[in-house]
Design a protein around this ligand. Structure first.
Ligand code: CA
Ligand code: CA
Length: 231
């Protein structure tokens, strides 16, 4: 007889051993039941929770601040205007959403029949952290009819001012995701060039157009973010 057969025969050989085996099997059965219940009641809840992730609505409330600047630029010349968004807004608001720029002008020579000059504006790509490749950016423009140029640069990635629906995580996570104050920090540079269009009477020595006054308004649009469970 091998040793293992000995053990089995020993187990069944006496009443005492048989009782031991019964106790052992009972303990084993309780253990299996316990693991099964843990799986179905506890793990089961977790599995269900993953199927029922919470939806959140992210909304933005905008606050903007404007800064006006002006230059008189000579014919054929280019000037660079600089702008930095107000530091207090970075602290007070959740984020810097977008930058709007308007460039406006008229003919100021006072000469009769003097046509509008040609004004071009280009927002230079700088190392300011912004959504420079956003398809809705308008980084340059040109006008020859005294029309106002409207440029814009989206600053915070994926910001468009519209409410967003997201799923999972929790409210603080989504609030943090929209509260990075590093976006939009730094100096923006706007190049403006003027090409004068002279009046047809400019052959007369006293009649001429040599420059134009250009008005620029920088508008920094900041936002506060609000996150709520979607009902
Ligand atoms: Ca002109
Ligand atoms: Ca002019």
């Amino acid at each position: 007889m091998t040793r293992s057969e000995n053990v089995l025969s020993d187990l069944f050989s006496e009443d005492g051993s048989r009782r031991n085996l019964t106790v052992y099997l009972a303990v084993l059965a309780v253990g299996l039941l316990y693991h099964a219940s843990v799986f179905w009641f506890i793990m089961g809840d977790e599995i269900q929770a993953k199927d029922e992730l919470i939806n959140y609505t992210i909304e933005f409330e905008e606050t903007s601040e404007q800064f006006s600047d002006s230059r008189t630029i000579n014919d054929g010349e280019k000037e660079t205007l600089e702008y930095t968004a107000p530091a207090d807004l970075f602290n007070a608001k959740s984020g810097f959403g977008l930058l709007r720029i308007t460039v406006s002008y008229a003919e100021t020579s006072g000469e009769f029949g003097d046509p509008c000059d040609t004004v071009s504006a280009d927002l230079t790509l700088t190392d300011v952290s912004a959504d420079w490749n956003n398809v809705n950016n308008e980084l340059s423009g040109v006008a020859s009819d005294c029309e106002t140029l409207s440029l814009n640069l989206y600053i915070y990635p994926e910001y468009d001012g519209q409410p967003k629906e997201v799923t999972g995580m929790d409210a603080p996570h989504w609030k943090n995701a929209w509260s990075d104050s590093s976006y939009g920090q730094g100096i923006f540079e706007l190049d403006i060039e003027v090409i004068v269009n002279e009046p047809i009477t400019s052959g007369i020595p006293t009649v001429s157009d040599t420059n134009e006054k250009v008005d620029v308004v920088w508008e920094a649009v900041f936002y506060d973010v609000f996150v709520q469970e979607t009902p």
